[in-house]
Design a protein around this ligand. Structure first.
Ligand SMILES: Cc1cc2nc3c(=O)[nH]c(=O)nc-3n(C[C@H](O)[C@H](O)[C@H](O)COP(=O)(O)O)c2cc1C
Length: 194
């Protein structure tokens, strides 16, 4: 698979197989995030991997799935849950986020998920989580704030992107096999070539 095909495969997955994600895969994915581009090379992000089955089970209720779908369709059942989570946190300066930390976060999260995707591990980036509970459960050091959770596992459904006509509804949806379809604005709508 070339990198563009991999980018297209690297969708959001919300139902996973029971097969665990090997520790080495998680280490490699975090290492990609660690070495990604960073504004002023400040490297303010930190990564906490939640891998043990007991911790993963305690983590599961702290995230919220698929705001565009009813819970019975968008929330994984107990047997479909992610097999690991990575909490991406940010070191604060005087209790506040530093400039460009959001940009670093996006770059790092994408590096992590692409590295996982290269070996068939799917992910869901999650901004909707109970921050205080997550920080408590993973014992985040004082002075850090949890910014993003990344759920990981071998996908148990397909997800395909499709060009959305201008003005169309952009909400993702499931077909009768419960595979995801994700409308994307067309190249013509979002890009200008001068
Ligand atoms: C920053 C960010 C936060 C997200 N938060 C959640 C979330 O809390 N729960 C969820 O189920 N999906 C979440 N998603 C996944 C988006 O819903 C998904 O990216 C979007 O529907 C497009 O699908 P795609 O990733 O397959 O292109 C998040 C994605 C991003 C980039």
């Amino acid at each position: 698979m070339d990198v563009v095909e991999l980018m297209k495969w690297n969708r959001t997955y919300r139902r996973f197989k029971s097969e665990p994600v090997p520790h080495e895969v998680i280490v490699r994915a975090i290492d990609s995030a660690r070495t990604a581009n960073s504004a002023a090379n400040a490297q303010v992000l930190r990564y906490t991997a939640v891998e043990s089955p007991d911790m993963v089970e305690r983590f599961q209720p702290l995230v919220k799935w698929a705001a565009s779908l009813p819970p019975e369709l968008g929330t994984p059942k107990p047997s479909e849950q992610p097999r690991a989570f990575v909490v991406v946190s940010q070191v604060l300066r005087d209790g506040e986020p530093t400039p460009f930390a959001d940009v670093d976060l996006g770059i790092a999260a994408h590096a992590l998920t692409m590295t996982a995707a290269a070996v068939g591990v799917g992910s869901c980036m999650m901004g909707a989580f109970s921050r205080a509970s997550v920080e408590r459960l993973v014992e985040l050091p004082a002075g850090e704030r949890a910014r993003l959770v990344i759920a990981l596992g071998y996908p148990d459904h397909a997800s395909t992107i499709e060009d959305a006509p201008a003005g169309a509804d952009l909400a993702y949806y499931l077909d009768d096999r419960h595979d995801y379809h994700v409308p994307k604005r067309s190249l013509g709508e979002v890009a200008r070539f001068l």
